[in-house]
Design a protein around this ligand. Structure first.
Ligand SMILES: Cc1cc2nc3c(=O)[nH]c(=O)nc-3n(C[C@H](O)[C@H](O)[C@H](O)COP(=O)(O)OP(=O)(O)OC[C@H]3O[C@@H](n4cnc5c(N)ncnc54)[C@H](O)[C@@H]3O)c2cc1C
Length: 464
């Protein structure tokens, strides 16, 4: 890595040792910058084995790139499960497979959130310059020094810490961002979806085997709601049910109306019959798990007083429908590290350039993620969508440098999200024109396709 720090040993305070904070501390350690990281929760590595449920997420190219940069990817690969496409479960139980990429070389990876976080913390603590203090909740900040205030929830002690700079990676409800909001001209928006989610588990079979296709992301698209499932190494699947809160939006299929065991059972029996058969303890799980909320946070500026910045969900929480929140947060780390390579410990320049580069792109992935919800829960099941996917695959084969499916740009490349968003819209228009009034590939006007593509889409160069 390029070391352009001044001679003075730098000390950084990171608030929040979640996925982004832990990764960032490794990037810093590699540059010889000391890090003190403060985390509200206890040390998850010391929690009793088997405690809590297994929650997984999809890791893709942007996240992988960052893990490769810090030398952790090979280890994480061993605990990841490739998912080559979507396995759609129709109401009558019919299964259909929709590949994500052009072939088996393009896939997303199901990985345990906790194991990934623990590996990042282990790697961080291999460096003597990195210290993590747990049970330490940030309660405020004085941006001028900068000095951060904490409360230790175990000892009930309050304390404060001064450092050269502070990076806030304390997630979607960031305490540091709350303080920034008190400044004039701080733009902020927070949008809750009218949907909530429940995490459920399909256990492994009797001999630890997977009870559904292992290498796929399973989706039960039902128009206004959906169930999804990602595989875990132990043969189980973590499922997430996304459902409208209120009956005004969801009618009888709303969280509000699933208040009794009977309602729940008949809801699953009507809509997710095959999943129900694999979840003997559905009712226990459903009624003991909390309902999660979904929100999008956008804000600007991310940086205050040249020495404090936000990173990850603390400045751009997004809905999970493109599987990109963590990947985007990891990409923030990649860019921030690049800016340090360029500007050394001139933190003002580092932060200003980082936020300038990132805000367009994180706004774009927030919009992409919201748009993808409709695609996942509804469109994927329609013949029109499936036909357009076929045309899209052909166009990518014929014009690989100009027509790259939106999903691939977001998931299998490091093309800026804003570019992927813009080109995705242009491509959608082309697909609408080419698929209008037909339903077979043999009827596509390929001459028109060439004209549309060469006139509307510039080549985008090599994809990573
Ligand atoms: C249902 C669901 C599914 C998802 N699936 C995917 C997926 O498949 N792929 C993907 O890329 N992303 C996914 N995401 C998004 C992903 O979880 C987040 O984008 C990612 O966790 C952001 O990392 P972060 O470190 O910024 O925040 P977090 O992971 O939220 O970490 C914040 C940390 O700060 C700590 N903290 C909070 N407040 C304080 C405080 N006051 N003081 C000290 N510490 C504090 C927290 O305890 C936590 O450890 C999903 C999200 C949800 C809700």
């Amino acid at each position: 890595m390029n070391l352009t720090m001044s001679d003075t040993k730098q000390k950084v305070t990171i608030v929040g040792a979640g996925l982004a904070g832990a990764l960032l501390s490794v990037y810093f350690a590699k540059r010889g910058i000391d890090v003190d990281m403060y985390e509200r929760r206890p040390d998850m590595r010391k929690a009793e084995a088997g405690a809590g449920k297994s929650i997984n997420l999809a890791l893709s190219t942007r996240g992988i790139h960052a893990l490769k940069e810090v030398g952790l990817y090979e280890e994480i690969k061993k605990i990841s499960i490739p998912m080559y496409g979507r396995k759609l479960h129709a109401p009558d139980g019919t299964l259909t497979f929709q590949r994500y990429g052009k072939d088996d070389s393009e896939y997303i990876n199901a990985v345990s959130r906790a194991e990934l976080n623990k590996s990042l913390m282990d790697l961080a603590e291999e460096n003597p310059g990195v210290k993590i203090r747990f049970n330490s909740r940030c309660t405020g900040i004085d941006f001028s020094k900068p000095e951060v205030y904490f409360h230790d929830d175990v000892s009930s002690e309050s304390f404060s810490v001064k450092s050269d700079t502070v990076i806030s990676t304390d997630g979607a409800t960031s305490a540091v961002r709350m303080e920034m909001m008190k400044f004039p001209r701080f733009n902020f928006s927070q949008l809750y979806e009218n949907y909530g989610y429940k995490e459920l588990t399909i256990p492994a079979g009797k001999n630890g085997e997977f009870q559904m296709e292992k290498n796929a992301l399973h989706i039960w698209p039902r128009g206004n709601f959906m169930l999804i499932a990602l595989p875990n190494l132990d043969g189980s699947f973590t499922c997430t049910l996304f459902l409208p809160y209120d009956k005004e939006l969801g009618g009888e299929n709303s969280l509000e109306l699933l208040e009794s065991r009977d309602n729940l059972k008949s809801f699953f029996s009507n809509h997710f019959h095959d999943a129900l058969e694999l979840m003997p303890d559905l009712e226990e799980q459903y009624f003991s798990h909390p309902t999660g909320t979904l929100m999008t946070v956008k804000c600007f500026p991310w940086t205050t007083g040249d020495r404090v910045t936000l990173l990850g969900d603390s400045c751009h929480a997004i809905v999970p429908f493109f599987g990109q929140g963590m990947n985007a947060a990891f990409e923030d780390c990649t860019y921030l590290n690049e800016m340090i390579g360029k500007h050394g410990d001139d933190w003002g320049k580092v932060f200003r350039e980082y936020q300038k580069i990132r805000t367009h792109d994180t706004d774009a992935i927030a919009d992409l993620a919201q748009e993808n919800f409709v695609e996942m829960r509804d469109l994927v099941a329609t013949p029109k969508f499936q036909f357009k996917k076929k045309i899209e695959a052909e166009l990518h084969k014929l014009f690989p440098s100009r027509f790259v499916p939106k999903y691939s740009m977001v998931t299998f490349s490091r093309i800026p999200y804003s570019v992927a968003h813009h080109r995705g819209k242009l491509q959608e228009e082309i697909l609408d024109i080419l698929s209008h009034g037909i339903d077979a590939l043999k009827d596509v006007n390929w001459q028109e396709a060439e004209e549309l593509i060469t006139s509307r889409l510039e080549p985008i160069g090599e994809l990573e």
